[in-house]
Design a protein around this ligand. Sequence first.
Ligand SMILES: NC(=O)C1=CN([C@@H]2O[C@H](COP(=O)(O)OP(=O)(O)OC[C@H]3O[C@@H](n4cnc5c(N)ncnc54)[C@H](O)[C@@H]3O)[C@@H](O)[C@H]2O)[C@H](O)CC1
Length: 226
Amino acid sequence: MRTTASRTLLHHYSSRHFLSTLSQNNNSSYHTSQNIRRASSLFMSSSVATASCPPSTAFTSSHEEITLLTQQQAAHIDDVLMETFSTDQLMELAGLSVAQVVQTHYQLSGRGDDDRLENDDEGSVQKIVVVCGPGNNGGDGLVAARHLKMFNPTFNVMVVYPRLASVEKPLYKRLLAQLNMCDVPVVTELDERMLLERDGDVRRRRHNTIVIDAMLGYSSRGAVRE
Ligand SMILES: NC(=O)C1=CN([C@@H]2O[C@H](COP(=O)(O)OP(=O)(O)OC[C@H]3O[C@@H](n4cnc5c(N)ncnc54)[C@H](O)[C@@H]3O)[C@@H](O)[C@H]2O)[C@H](O)CC1
């Protein structure tokens, strides 16, 4: 039972992770919600479920029902999965899933051969900023940034990673080296201009930026501190 639950939870891991990461600020609807509902009901009905609080439901702006897990439930799912899978594997799945959902639900503009944007209508997104925290949730963000850039090397993707100077873990060093290889800039501070300008061009009539919040996951404690 534990193995079955583990396998199924892994299958749904990335979509569950995405919502736990982004649901607070996002008002789009997701095709993944069905998966999340299934995953969490399996989680709650399996022998591995120990969380006392049932998953709750919420609605997107299009009134699509989604299931939200508590901090404790999300941590428990990871505990089960970590018996069989490595952090690298789960992080890769989580980051890839975030990148896929962003690409699926937003019209992302890359640059064409003539350096003009491929999609330049008002609804298109010209920039993606991934803000990464100090823990594994931040690692998920580093992975997401890499995948978005690999989907289309002309996408304007950047990472804000305040812990950059103090990175010691080999996993994080590898992730940062991969971003470097893919030409994804990593900076330590979020400058407001990053959200407003595109490559310094302040004359653009319209500029859309997506900010991916990968700051804190289920190990978040208390009010956000510097
Ligand atoms: N099984 C795994 O390990 C995986 C987890 N994944 C994702 O990672 C997070 C949980 O990761 P963890 O490293 O345990 O913690 P966080 O990323 O949530 O951050 C811990 C980090 O943050 C600091 N901190 C805590 N509270 C605050 C606060 N209020 N203000 C500022 N800083 C805070 C704390 O000191 C630590 O340094 C999980 O949610 C998943 O998203 C991966 O997907 C891979 C597998």
